[in-house]
Design a protein around this ligand. Structure first.
Ligand SMILES: [Zn+2]
Length: 353
């Protein structure tokens, strides 16, 4: 038998360590253990900022291939059992993550295959596989410099999320109904995230540290309110609510919002007045980039008004947000809920009894 090479010893060491620590081991664990896939860059890749894993690796692709070949032999000798795991990007479209530049199906599958001890009880295997395939939290970035949305072409947006074609604004990503909750209060954040059907982590690139840092969370307005209720005994929570209410009042364009609400009621007499008010407050907020702030929206163009109402119905009256949170792609989710939207609109178009 040939003596083990230096690389062989390092690969086996990394694999044994991962297996001991997590009861399973993946090719990515080994590359991280070797120091060839730096964790910060792995995060970039998982959040859609690198085309594939090879692009962020510290060594050329053929070195990765050597290491994975050693890993394959070690797995066979160890008698481990395979289980294929899903790797999804933490982006709005939740696209499958790519590992190789060549995108060769066999090598991609090898990367997705995790290995567990053969004697692990079935229930524990299932739990581990489900855990590893869970869709990641959505991630939204604060723009460090102005960008052009690849969806609508606007250049004013401050938040973006990456899709395969490039950055898109939150209006195009259907995330613009969410409210920013700055980091800092762990209890409030945890409760708001739990109460929100759809949420996203907000990060910002820190140039000097060369990494993305967490700034807070985007959650539903109702989720913040519920979380605040739960925390309300504490004085800070009350102060923060006052700040947020003041910001909302400053951004409000009340005359326009009033006219928009009247137009919604004229077009949809069955829409409850509180909903019409909420829709116009939401879409008419200054600096929001929402349909209520576009030229057509300002002119109360029926098409623009309809779009604002549809957006609200989509988030409030259909399972759309739950579908997105579960990783269903946006187009597919929209197809699934189309009938639900039509039903609500039809109801609202009738005059209320
Ligand atoms: Zn856009």
């Amino acid at each position: 038998m040939q003596p083990a090479s230096k690389l062989e010893r390092r690969v086996v060491h990394a694999a044994e360590q991962a297996l001991e620590r997590h009861s399973h081991v993946s090719p990515l664990d080994v590359l991280i253990g070797l120091g060839w896939a730096p964790p910060g860059l792995v995060t970039d890749w998982k959040q859609g900022r690198a085309p594939h894993l090879e692009a962020i690796a510290a060594v050329p692709a053929d070195r990765l291939t050597d290491a994975l070949e050693i890993f394959r032999r070690w797995v066979a000798g160890r008698g481990l059992r395979p289980s294929e795991v899903e790797y999804l990007a933490a982006t709005r479209d939740r696209h499958p993550l790519r590992f190789t530049a060549s995108n060769d199906p066999e090598r991609e599958r090898a990367y997705r295959t995790h290995w567990m001890p053969a004697d692990l009880p079935e229930s524990q295997r299932e739990r581990l596989t489900a855990q590893q395939s869970k869709p990641p939290d959505l991630v939204v970035m604060q723009a460090v410099r102005p960008f052009t949305c690849t969806g609508c072409g606007q250049t004013e947006a401050e938040l973006l999320t990456m899709e395969s074609d490039g950055p898109i604004c939150l209006v195009c990503a259907d995330l613009d109904h969410l409210i920013f909750l700055p980091a800092g209060d762990a209890a409030l954040t945890r409760r708001a995230k739990k109460a929100s059907r759809l949420s996203a982590v907000v990060v910002r690139f820190n140039r000097s540290r060369k990494r993305h840092e967490r700034q807070g969370l985007l959650v539903e307005q109702a989720a913040i309110e519920q979380a605040e209720q739960e925390c309300l005994s504490d004085e800070d929570a009350r102060a923060r609510r006052r700040d947020r209410d003041r910001e909302r009042r400053e951004a409000a364009d009340e005359t326009f919002q009033q006219r928009l609400a009247e137009q919604i009621t004229a077009m949809y007499p069955g829409c409850p007045p509180t909903r019409a008010a909420a829709i116009s407050e939401h879409t008419g907020t200054r600096g929001s980039g929402r349909v209520g702030r576009s030229a057509a929206g300002r002119a109360l163009d029926p098409d623009a008004v309809r779009r604002a109402v549809v957006a609200s119905v989509r988030h409030e009256d259909t399972p759309y947000d739950e579908l997105l949170m579960a990783g269903v792609p946006r187009d597919e989710a929209r197809t699934q809920i189309r009938d639900d939207i039509d039903r609500v609109l039809e109801l609202w178009q009738r005059r209320r009894p």
